[in-house]
Design a protein around this ligand. Structure first.
Ligand code: ATP
Length: 513
C-alpha cells in the first residue's frame, strides 16, 4: 500500500506560474478554456524537452554498443494490443461519486477512520497527496453531517492507518464520506475503466475498423524485435530503444504534466538469455538509470527505490522496482524498471505465428530471450528537472537594494539556452558588432540567446529565471584592453570573471555533452 506523502502545493504553483510566464508549458487549447490532461510546450519548453530526449538518446543508444534505436508507428495492428493483454486488461479501478459526479482512481483514493469521542463513526476518503489540513476539514464535515458538532475528533487516528480504495470492504465504503461529497455513502465500488483511446481506421465504420492510440511505446519494440534481429547484427544481450508519444485516457489527470492523457515515453527493451543472472542485471540497470538522472541535474538524495512486493507483480513478472522522485506533490514514480521474463515475445509468437527465437552463436542454442524494461516518461522527467532546478534567493539590485531572484539551476546539459550574449550598451556600435559576431559563432554549435536591451542586471535576471547557465558580456575592456576577453557571469554563484573566446568554447564543449 502506498501511503501518500505531504505535498508542497506552493512549489507546484510557482513552477506552473513560471512555466506559463516564460513560455515553457501552456495548457492545451487555452483559448477555448483548456483541455484537461493535455499540455503544449512553448519555445523554452520544447528546447528543454528536446535536450532531455537527446541526452537520453546519446547516453543509452549512441554511446553504447549494445543498444539500437527504433521509431515505430503510433497506431499499430489491433492484434498487437490483444496479444500484449492491453485490450482485455489495461484498465484502472474507477470509483464514482453519486453525489458530486466526480471520478477517482481507487488506488489513488485513501480511506481514513474518523473517531469521535473515542468512538469509530465512519471514514473520510481523500485523494493521494491531499494535505493534513484538508483531511481534518473533511473529517469535521463528516462529524457535522452526523450531528455530532460537539464531539472531539481524534486527529491521530486519521493519519494512523490509511487504506487505499481497492482494499476497503463494502461496509467501510458505505460509511465513507467522499472527497467532494456532503454525506457518507456516495462512493461506488471500484470498477475497471479502460485506458486505451480508440479510433477508427479506414472507410468502414464497423467493429473491424477499431484501432488504438498506443498506451506505451514498448509494444512497438516487441513487434519489431524480429526485424531488428534479422537486419541489425545484434547479439544477446542487446537492447532496442524508442522515444515516442503514448496516450492513456487517465481517470484523473493531475499534478500538472505528471499525469496527462498524452505524454511521451523513453523506453528500452533489453533482451537477455533465459539463464542470465537477471537480478544482477536488474540491479545494474537501476544503477545506470539513477546515474543518468543525476547527470541531468537531479539530486541523488531525491531519488529512492520502490520495490514492488512479490504478491502484487503480474504472474509473468520476475521483479519491478520504480525509481521514485520527490515531486512537489509527494514522492512518486518517475522510472519503472521491470524484469518481464519472455512473456511479451512469447505472446506475440503465439498470436502472430512468427518465431521469436534467437539463435545464440556463442552458446549455439535457440531461445526466446527474456527482457528487462526501463520505462521513463519525458514529461515526468521534465517536471522532476524543474522541481530540482527551481529556487529563489535574495540578491542586491542595480541600486544595491535586496531583491528576490528566481532561478532555474538547470544542468548545462539540458538548459534551453547554454549561454546568453550581451553588448554592455546597445548604442555603442563597436560593442554591438563584437557581441553579434560572438553570438553568431556560438549559435553554430549551441542554442544561445542575444539580448541588448535593458540594464545589465535585469538582463542577467531574465536569464537566471529561464535557467541559462552563463552570460557573456562584451564590455569596454573587451575592445580597449589587450587579451580579447569578455565578462563571463555564472548563474548560480553570480561570480564574474574574464574569459577568452577559446576558453569559452572549451568550457561549453566540456559542460554540454
Ligand atoms: P502510474 O502508476 O503513475 O499510472 P504506470 O506504472 O502505469 O504509472 P508505466 O506504465 O510503468 O506507468 O509507464 C512508464 C512510465 O511512463 C512511468 O514511469 C511514467 O514516467 C510515464 N507515465 C505513465 N503514465 C503517464 C501519464 N499519464 N502521464 C505522464 N507520464 C506517464
Amino acid at each position: 500500500m502506498t501511503v501518500p506523502t505531504v505535498s508542497n502545493e506552493s512549489l507546484m504553483e510557482e513552477i506552473v506560474g513560471l512555466c506559463k510566464r516564460r513560455g515553457f508549458i501552456f495548457p492545451s487549447s487555452e483559448i477555448y478554456g483548456g483541455y484537461n490532461g493535455f499540455y503544449d510546450y512553448g519555445p523554452l519548453g520544447v528546447e528543454l524537452r528536446n535536450n532531455i530526449k537527446q541526452a537520453w538518446w546519446r547516453d543509452f543508444v549512441q554511446r553504447r554498443d549494445d543498444i539500437v534505436g527504433l521509431d515505430s508507428s503510433i497506431i499499430m495492428h489491433p492484434k498487437i494490443w490483444q496479444a500484449s493483454g492491453h485490450v482485455d486488461g489495461f484498465s484502472d479501478p474507477l470509483v464514482d461519486c453519486k453525489e458530486s459526479r466526480k471520478r477517482y482512481r481507487a488506488d489513488q483514493l485513501f480511506c481514513a477512520p474518523v473517531v469521535l469521542d473515542a468512538e469509530p463513526c465512519g471514514y473520510v476518503a481523500y485523494v493521494e497527496g491531499a494535505d493534513e489540513a484538508s483531511i481534518i476539514k473533511q473529517a469535521k464535515k463528516l462529524r457535522d453531517s452526523l450531528d455530532k458538532k460537539q464531539s472531539k475528533l481524534d486527529e491521530g487516528q486519521l493519519f494512523g492507518s490509511a487504506a487505499d480504495f481497492t482494499e476497503v470492504s463494502d461496509a467501510v465504503r458505505e460509511q465513507t464520506l467522499g472527497p467532494d461529497a456532503s454525506k457518507a455513502g456516495t462512493l461506488t465500488a471500484p470498477r475497471a475503466f479502460k485506458l486505451m483511446f480508440e479510433t477508427k481506421v479506414g472507410p468502414l465504420a464497423d467493429e473491424s475498423a477499431i484501432a488504438y492510440l498506443r498506451p506505451e511505446t514498448a509494444q512497438g519494440i516487441f513487434a519489431n524485435y524480429k526485424n531488428v534481429v534479422d537486419t541489425g547484427r545484434v547479439k544477446i544481450p542487446f537492447g532496442i530503444a524508442q522515444i515516442g508519444k503514448a496516450f492513456r485516457n487517465e481517470i484523473t489527470p493531475r499534478n500538472f504534466i505528471f499525469r496527462s492523457r498524452e505524454f511521451e515515453q523513453m523506453e528500452i527493451e533489453y533482451f537477455i538469455a533465459p539463464d542470465a543472472d537477471w537480478p544482477s542485471l536488474h540491479r545494474e540497470w537501476l544503477d545506470q538509470c539513477i546515474d543518468w538522472l543525476v547527470s541531468i541535474g537531479l539530486p541523488r538524495e531525491s531519488i529512492t527505490e520502490d520495490v514492488h512486493p512479490q504478491e502484487k507483480l503480474a504472474f509473468y513478472s520476475q521483479a519491478t522496482t520504480d525509481l521514485m522522485f520527490h515531486f512537489p506533490h509527494g514522492e512518486q514514480e518517475l522510472w519503472g524498471i521491470a524484469c518481464r521474463s519472455d512473456y511479451d515475445l512469447k505472446q506475440h509468437q503465439q498470436h502472430s505465428g512468427k518465431s521469436m527465437e534467437f539463435f545464440d552463436e556463442a552458446s549455439k542454442s535457440k531461445y526466446v530471450p527474456h527482457v528487462i524494461e526501463p520505462s521513463l516518461g519525458v514529461d515526468r522527467t521534465l517536471l522532476a528537472v524543474l522541481t530540482a532546478a527551481y529556487c529563489e534567493d535574495e540578491v542586491p539590485n542595480d541600486k544595491g537594494q535586496a531583491e528576490q531572484r528566481t532561478l532555474l539551476k538547470f544542468s548545462p546539459r539540458i538548459a534551453p539556452y547554454k549561454a546568453a550574449v550581451f553588448p554592455l550598451l546597445k548604442n555603442k556600435p563597436e560593442l554591438v558588432e563584437r557581441a553579434d559576431a560572438l553570438y553568431r559563432k556560438l549559435q553554430k554549435r549551441w542554442n544561445v540567446f542575444y539580448d541588448a536591451s535593458g540594464a545589465i542586471g535585469r538582463r542577467y535576471r531574465r536569464q537566471d529565471e529561464i535557467g541559462t547557465p552563463w552570460c557573456v558580456t562584451i564590455d569596454f575592456d573587451t575592445i580597449e584592453k589587450p587579451g580579447d576577453t569578455f565578462t563571463l557571469r555564472e548563474r548560480d554563484s553570480m561570480a564574474q570573471r574574464r574569459i577568452t573566446q577559446a576558453e569559452l568554447f572549451a568550457m561549453l564543449d566540456a559542460q554540454v555533452y
